[in-house]
Write a protein that binds this ligand. Structure first.
Ligand code: ADP
Ligand code: MG
Length: 685
């Protein structure tokens, strides 16, 4: 095949391969294999040794063995549930070959009487006879070489056998030699100097099969680069979208800032300027504001909103939950009180009349600033002239949803996303490379670092008396019971028990929030806590991200080694949002492992979410970091952010180089297609 034929072939549907009918196609789909190249990413995770050829007097039960035998007799019982049987022999003994679910005709064809055949499979022993049940291979004697060897072991699914898979892989391997290289020599050298096809061959012919082999790294690099490439393309395209510039002076912004009872940090000012420049530019803003919990993102976004409103455009802000939307609304009402800005809140709770009025006033432009939940965006709401969408805590949005958001906002709508999910540095570009990123690192100066302590469970009485003192001083407390996925019921009952225990200790001023509550019940408990009718809130679930409980200064986390580091850091971020000293108490069961001790030490020593995320990933491995799946962080097929950290760095250099010239992107067309990235770019309109 010539170059373009190979390229086409690789991205063709799997059903173009010989031997793939409807059934196999569906089985492959289960393994997420839909086009020819997908077969190749299913990297063997070991091998089966079929080179163990034995005569029938040397069989070992349970061992995968290859035998060379003569077919001497059939037994087709023609009764349901009874298997077909073929008796074979060599000059040392006899063996039964058993077939469940195979037809007589087929068996006669692959095992003709009185011929020599090669059979490979696991040896069993049944009623004093050796047998092989549903052998993996039955081939004529001249095909011995095909079976008698070490064969790659693939992750497959029932019905999709090694034999079938091998046939497909071998078919593909034959067709893809000498695919032209897409990397520059310089990059190639940095990633091990091995071609794409050579890597594929090495891996599938079982010459190299570990994560850090040269071949695997080469392919992992391709995957990483494909990710960066698509995001970079999206960013470049969106940045070319022209919009009407926003024209504003800083009157309103200044007025608001003067009314704050705190001073903005330099970092906040810096980012506000960045955003203002984007707003004033003739190109669409597509920016992520990333900052640790409590770093003061909301205020920054409100100032951006003020400037957009000042230039006669409307703004909407969407939060992940109703209670958070309400909190943003309350803050906005306070901040914009002495101005002419009209702020409204629209949630599932707003009554029909109210909703109608809001919809009307959005259309005629009377409302300047609409606050609601993410669900708002799905609804049919029409703005007169929407100039900015702010999305708070958008960590569940992937690149596709972000593009959708940009499309829906319309031509003149700038986009500002905010997230507190601490993405390890290694992954920032692979996750957010489509956006400009502002990082809010500096914490407000009045913010004291939270003191983190650890206590064994037996010392619960000490904790209780500490809490009593805190409550006397007017502070509130979160008490977190861990959620163990396997048993929600047990978690629930443990939390209820703790709740009852704490009720007694604290004059009934304790609330309980858990996963079985519906939204309204949850909100009402949170509200009771917010208005201080209770002092302690026991929870099984992670307390809503982003809600400001200025009065909660203590958090107790039970069985804390059940949580990941990043999760603990997020939990800890729920407190210490006012000016008072926050205290986080990590409770643990006796006999902590070395690893657990190390984790506690990291938390005690750092308040930097990024640093902690990085450590977390390195200690537990990328796959194990809870919450990454949900947070839209890529699930890689070949790359591993921990093992291949250096490759991510190389890809970052590489992408800067590629971005220098638009023509460079064309070289990677195939790469994008191989990793299913081409469609994402087409989604941009
Ligand atoms: P997050 O980044 O988690 O969204 P918020 O914007 O909710 O953080 O800010 C947390 C708290 O800090 C709020 O009560 C906010 O008013 C306050 N805050 C924001 N900026 C400053 C600052 N520069 N100095 C003092 N407090 C601030
Ligand atoms: Mg926030």
């Amino acid at each position: 095949m010539n170059q373009s034929k190979i390229q086409d072939y690789l991205i063709k549907n799997i059903s173009t391969l010989k031997g793939v009918g409807k059934k196999t196609k569906n089985l492959l789909k289960k393994k997420k294999i839909e086009k020819v190249s997908d077969l190749l990413w299913n990297v063997p995770h070991g091998f089966t040794d079929r080179s163990n050829v034995q005569t029938l007097d040397k069989l070992e039960i349970g061992k995968i063995t290859t035998i060379k035998v003569k077919v001497i007799k059939y037994n087709f019982p023609r009764l349901r549930n009874l298997p077909n049987k073929v008796i074979c022999e060599d000059d040392k003994g006899k063996i039964d070959i058993i077939f469940f679910n195979s037809r007589e005709g087929y068996i006669r064809k692959i095992l003709p009487l009185n011929t020599l055949v090669i059979i490979s499979g696991k040896i069993n022993y049944f009623k004093k006879k050796y047998q092989i049940t549903n052998p993996s291979y039955v081939v004529p004697i001249n095909k011995e070489d095909y079976v008698n060897k070490i064969i790659p072991k693939y992750s497959l699914t029932e019905g999709l056998t090694e034999k079938i898979y091998r046939k497909l892989i071998e078919q593909v391997l034959k067709n893809i030699t000498n695919l032209k290289e897409w990397h520059s020599n310089e990059i190639l050298k940095r990633i091990g100097n091995i071609s794409w096809s050579k890597s594929i061959f090495n891996i599938h012919e079982n010459k190299e099969n570990n994560f850090n082999s040269r071949s695997h790294r080469r392919l992992a690099y391709d995957e990483i680069l494909a990710n960066l490439l698509v995001l970079s393309q999206v960013r470049k395209r969106i940045k070319k979208f022209k919009k009407e510039k926003k024209i504003f002076d800083n009157c309103l912004e200044k007025k608001l800032i003067n009314n704050f009872n705190f001073k903005l940090t330099n970092n906040q000012i810096e980012i506000i300027n960045e955003i203002n420049n984007d707003l004033k530019s003739e190109y669409k803003m597509f920016r992520l504001l990333q900052g640790d919990v409590g770093s003061g993102k909301t205020i920054v976004s409100f100032l951006a909103a003020a400037n957009v409103i000042r230039s006669n455009w409307q703004v909407t802000l969407m939060a992940p939950t109703e209670i958070l939307a309400k909190q943003h609304y309350d803050l906005a009402m306070k901040i914009f009180k002495s101005t002419k800005v009209t702020v409204k809140l629209l949630t599932g709770k707003s009554d029909v009349k109210e909703k109608k009025l809001i919809q009307e006033n959005l259309k005629n432009g009377k409302i300047n600033f609409l606050i609601g939940t993410h669900a708002l965006f799905q609804k049919k709401i029409f703005f007169k002239n929407l100039g900015l969408v702010i999305i708070d805590e958008q960590h569940k949005f992937g690149v596709k949803q972000r593009i959708e958001l940009s499309n829906k906002g319309g031509k003149n709508c700038d986009i500002l996303l905010m997230s507190a999910t601490p993405i390890p540095r290694t992954l920032i570009l692979a996750v957010y490379g489509d956006m400009d990123v502002s990082k809010l690192i500096e914490k407000p100066s009045n913010r004291k670092n939270i003191i983190t302590l650890s206590k064994p469970e037996e010392k619960i009485e000490e904790i209780i008396s500490f809490l009593k003192k805190q409550i006397k001083e007017g502070n509130q407390v979160f008490w977190v019971c861990p959620l163990i996925e396997e048993s929600k019921k047990l978690d629930y009952s443990a939390a209820v028990e703790k709740y009852k225990y704490l009720l007694k200790k604290f004059d009934n001023k304790v609330g309980l929030i858990h996963g079985n509550l519906d939204k309204n019940e949850k909100n009402s408990v949170l509200n009771v806590f917010l208005n201080k009718s209770i002092n302690i809130l026991v929870s099984t679930t992670v307390i809503e991200v982003g809600i400001d409980f200025p009065n909660a200064n203590v958090i107790v986390i039970e069985n804390s080694n059940k949580f990941g580091l990043s999760q603990l850091h997020q939990l800890r971020g729920r407190i210490g949002r006012g000016a008072d000293q926050g205290v986080c108490i990590l409770m643990y069961k006796k006999n902590l492992s070395e690893n657990a001790k190390k984790r506690i030490k990291i938390l005690k020593s750092s308040n930097d979410g990024f640093f902690i995320a990085e450590k977390d990933m390195k200690m537990r491995g990328f796959g194990d970091v809870l919450g990454y799946q949900q947070s839209g962080i890529k699930n890689f097929k070949l790359a591993d952010p921990v093992q291949h950290e250096d490759l991510f760095k190389i890809a970052e250099d590489n992408i800067i180089d590629i971005e220098r010239d638009e023509n460079n992107f064309k070289k990677y067309d195939l790469l994008l297609k191989l990793f299913d990235k081409a469609d994402i770019i087409n989604q941009l309109n």
